[in-house]
Every structure is written in C-alpha cells, then in structure tokens.
Design a protein around this ligand. Structure first.
Ligand SMILES: [Mn+2]
Length: 333
C-alpha cells in the first residue's frame, strides 16, 4: 500500500461526509520545528477541523511530534514577550481548545522528542503516555507504540536507544544547562541524518520477528516511525491463515513548495464509531404474524440520524461498532 493507494481514503471526503462518526484520530511523525512553518500550519489546520467534530473522544500523537525536544523548560522558562512570539504558543492554544471540547489528548514519546514531560502536556490538559499503550477497538486489543523499538536490525541505533531511553540518562540530561542540551540535540540530529544516508533501507524498517513477538499478545498493532505508511495483514499462523493488522502511520511531508503555497501530506488513522440500531419492534410485529423464522432486524444509522431521531429511539437498542481506517490528510498552506 503506497501513499497513493486507493485503499487509503481521502481525508476531506470523510470530514465532509461523516463528521459525526469520527471518534478517534491517531497521528505521528510530524517532526514539527520552527524551521518548517508549513508543517506547523498543517497541524494547526488539522486541529481546527478536529474541534468541529462533535463525537471525537481521543487524539493520539504517537511520537516524533517534534523534530527535537531538549526539555520542557526551554518553553516554560520563556519571558512573556518571547512566549507570545514563540511558535509553540498557537499549538498549545489550539490543543487547549480541543481538550476543552471534550477530546482527550494523549502524547507518546518518539525517538526525537523523548524528553517531553507531563509538565508541558499539562499546558493543554493532555496526558503523556508511555509505550506500549493498549486500546480496545470493539472487542479487539491494539498495541500502540512509536515503532523504533521494532527496528531491531539496526543494532547501533538500538544500543543508542537503550542508553537514551534510560530514566537515569534522561534525568542526567535534563540537569545539564539548556544551551548544552540544545547543542547536544543538534549533534544527535546531524549524526542521525548521516547514519541514515549509509544505512540500508531494510535495516531501518521493522523486524518481522519483533512484530510477531508483540502481536502474540494482542489483536493488532499501530505505530509510526518508519515513514512507510501502510496497513499490513501480518500472517501470525501460517497453518490456519490467521492474520493480524499492523497499521503504520506516515510522516508529515511538504510535497510541494513554491512562492504561492506549500502543500503538506500525511497518512493518519481515523476511527469511526458506527451505530447499529436493533429494531425489536419489527421483531414483535413478525411474531404477531406468526412468522416461523424470526430474525432480529438491524439498521445502520449514522450519528447525525441518531441526533435527529433521538426522541423516537430506545438507546438500549443501540450498538457501537468502531472501525479504523488509514486516511490521507492533505492541505495547502
Ligand atoms: Mn521516529
């Protein structure tokens, strides 16, 4: 499944046709920084759209939200003049509005922004979550993680990761003066892009055995990091042809850039909560008629219909069915 795969639905279509059905949104690998305003604008535009969704319960940011993060204090210690001018301030404002509307925001660390703290998340009432994090979609359990831990073929990165993700290392890092941390982050960024240029493509993707291992305990996996958005059906049992889904979220990319506009594209995940109404009154009618084979009647209703028919519908007959979908988000800024 490539970025242009027809199996990936178009975001603007969904947001205009089924706004009331969207209940969860998952994004990752935005790599936001002050150096790339188009990505920041695209993120602000997405959150603006999400604010208009009446039934959106949760927004997950599954790591590498920021291209680099040297500690919450870099933002929290700004003077009030600097604070108003800072590029993060509009992000915090819009996310605060989203959470005030009843959407829970959950932030997970990536390999670049693992120093984000709960203190920063408190600014917009979000929760800092740690991987692996588990959610339920219908009766199925899904494991959420950033994805870098699954790339076990990259031995040198895994060694680096073990050191950097150690709480002691992080505590020591955060004790260093801010300027030293900024310089260190720059060195890590340069090293990582140099490493990437000579590492093979396959080494930087997930390891199949590592995926099978984590899928052993759950029904599905959702991650980012590899910048290879796709929905994979992973064969977990060859004999019985059993598969489990692995959803890979995409990185946010500027795909067009000129003086008139910049275009940003990202593969995100959206889940719908469809409501089914089991109409037992019809069942009753059939009984009266003495029908031999009686089947319960189900009717799919959208959340909009539900809102309109609220008075006539018995809520105990409602069944929620959630389905997850990869979606192509595209915007001109
Ligand atoms: Mn990453």
């Amino acid at each position: 499944m490539s970025v242009n795969d027809p199996a990936i639905v178009d975001y603007s279509h969904i947001i205009t046709t089924r706004p009331h059905d969207i209940c969860r949104v998952l994004i990752s690998d935005l790599h936001l920084s002050a150096d790339e305003p188009a990505l920041v604008q695209a993120f602000l535009a997405l959150i603006d759209d999400l604010k208009a969704l009446a039934n959106l319960n949760e927004l997950y940011i599954l790591g590498d939200w920021f291209d680099a993060w040297v500690g919450d204090d870099r933002y929290l210690t700004l003077s009030s003049t600097e604070f108003h001018r800072n590029w993060l301030t509009p992000i915090i404002e819009t996310l605060s509005e989203l959470s005030a509307k009843g959407c829970d925001i959950k932030v997970m660390h990536g390999n670049r922004d693992f120093l984000i703290g709960q203190e920063f998340c408190d600014l917009f009432n979000a929760e800092l979550i740690h991987e692996p994090y588990f959610i339920h979609i219908n009766d199925k359990s899904f494991r959420l993680e950033h994805g870098d831990a699954l790339c076990t073929d990259d031995k040198s990165y895994q060694r680096f990761r073990t050191i950097m993700r150690n709480p002691v290392t992080q505590w020591l890092l955060l004790k260093r003066p801010l300027q030293k941390r900024i310089a260190l982050a720059q060195r890590i960024r340069t090293k990582s892009s140099m490493d990437k240029s000579h590492k093979s493509m396959s080494i930087m993707d997930v390891n199949h055995a590592a995926v099978l291992k984590v899928l052993n305990k759950v029904d599905g996996l959702i991650h980012g990091h590899t910048h290879r958005p796709a929905k994979h059906e992973v064969i977990v049992d060859k004999k019985n042809h059993t598969t489990k889904p692995r959803y890979v979220l995409g990185d946010w990319r500027v795909i067009h850039r000129d003086s008139a506009y910049e275009q940003v594209e990202a593969i995100i995940a959206i889940s719908y909560c469809e409501t089914t109404y089991s109409d037992r009154s019809l069942l009753y009618d059939q009984k009266q008629e003495g029908a031999g084979q009686i089947e319960q009647n189900f009717r799919q209703i959208t959340s909009t219909q539900l809102a309109n028919e609220q008075h006539s519908i018995d809520k105990s007959r409602l069944d929620q069915k959630e389905s997850l979908q990869l979606v192509k988000f595209e915007i001109k800024t």
